[in-house]
Design a binder for this molecule. Structure first.
Ligand code: SF4
Length: 303
């Protein structure tokens, strides 16, 4: 598939940051939706066109209750068209919670000395996997903190352990990963283990807020994280998940940040198969909350 991404102030280049906060605020502050424009954008979305920042801002800024109902109805219709009644679930399996980062919203932060840290050994990992197979799961997401112990080699080994578990008539068919950003060779090592999706949440696309809540560790480097999934793409992982931790900053900015991120992938790697997730506020590395934003904008943005 050939995508037709938009051009924004910061040109999209491989492994280069692309978020211009003033530009995003410009869309939020300046786009004034009228009835016709909102309906045009809903129709574009129903035609499965990925929305631009400007079009997404039209939906975000709509405040007429009648139009908001139309947006929700459009979201429902599009969801039906794309997914029907299908829901795909994958179960999280926390492999280890050692972490050198100090994210203020997370109980696993390095400054929290009160938490008992656990890294599953091989036997424990097999036991947990069997328990999840018993519950009928076929897809997992393995979750790791950011720590030297959780190297790319370590992650690849744990993926292999999970894939090798045969239990009754069941097995895990797809292992997704939620872990720290790696360099390209690191991502390549993990890809070779046969993973599905690699997801890395930016948490917030707003850099000053990002610096305020990430007080220590490698994660404090905003650009390293922002460009992480570019390096994954360079390593051949083309199924990636992005996300924002709604609640850290203005949700409208985060929504446009996510759309901008998708545009970047389209522009640089010609991929649009991005999964976008909503980690729950104060529940880092989790992805369970949905909210009005989903109905109002994301479905309609093709995310
Ligand atoms: S959010 Fe992730 S990186 Fe941050 S402290 Fe928690 S486990 Fe570590």
């Amino acid at each position: 598939m050939i995508y037709t991404p938009q051009t924004y102030r910061i040109p999209d280049k491989r492994m280069q940051p692309f978020i211009d906060a003033d530009e995003i605020w410009g869309f939020i502050n300046d786009v004034k939706p009228d009835k016709h424009r909102v309906r045009d954008v809903i129709q574009a979305s129903l035609d499965k066109k990925r929305l631009s920042l400007e079009e997404t801002a039209v939906l975000i800024n709509a405040d007429d209750p009648e139009l908001i109902e139309e947006i929700k109805e459009g979201a429902r219709e599009l969801k039906e068209k794309v997914y029907g009644e299908r829901i795909v679930l994958f179960a999280p399996l926390y492999v280890g919670d050692l972490c050198t980062n100090n994210c203020q919203y997370c109980g696993f932060r390095s400054s929290n000395k009160g938490v008992k840290r656990i890294t599953l050994n091989e036997d424990e990992l097999v036991t947990e996997t069997k328990a999840l197979i018993d519950q009928g799961h076929k897809r997992l997401i393995l979750v790791y903190g950011e720590h030297p112990k959780y190297s790319a080699r370590f992650i690849a080994e744990t993926v292999n352990i999970v894939y090798n578990v045969k239990h009754g008539k069941g097995e895990i068919r797809r292992v997704n990963i939620n872990a720290a950003p790696f360099d390209i060779p690191g991502f390549r090592t993990i890809k070779e283990a046969g993973i599905g999706t690699f997801q890395i949440f930016q948490e917030t696309y707003h850099q000053p807020t990002y610096m305020k809540v990430h007080l220590g560790g490698i994660k404090r480097n905003y650009d390293w994280r922002l460009t992480a999934l570019d390096r994954a793409q360079e390593a051949g992982i083309d199924d990636v998940g992005i996300g924002a931790l709604f609640g850290l900053y203005d949700w409208r900015f985060e929504v446009l940040g996510l759309v901008r991120h998708v545009n970047h992938f389209e522009a640089v790697y010609n991929v649009g198969l991005i999964r976008s997730l909503f980690p729950g506020y104060k529940m880092p590395c989790r992805w369970i909350s949905t909210r009005i934003t989903w109905l109002k904008t994301m479905n309609l943005s093709g995310l």
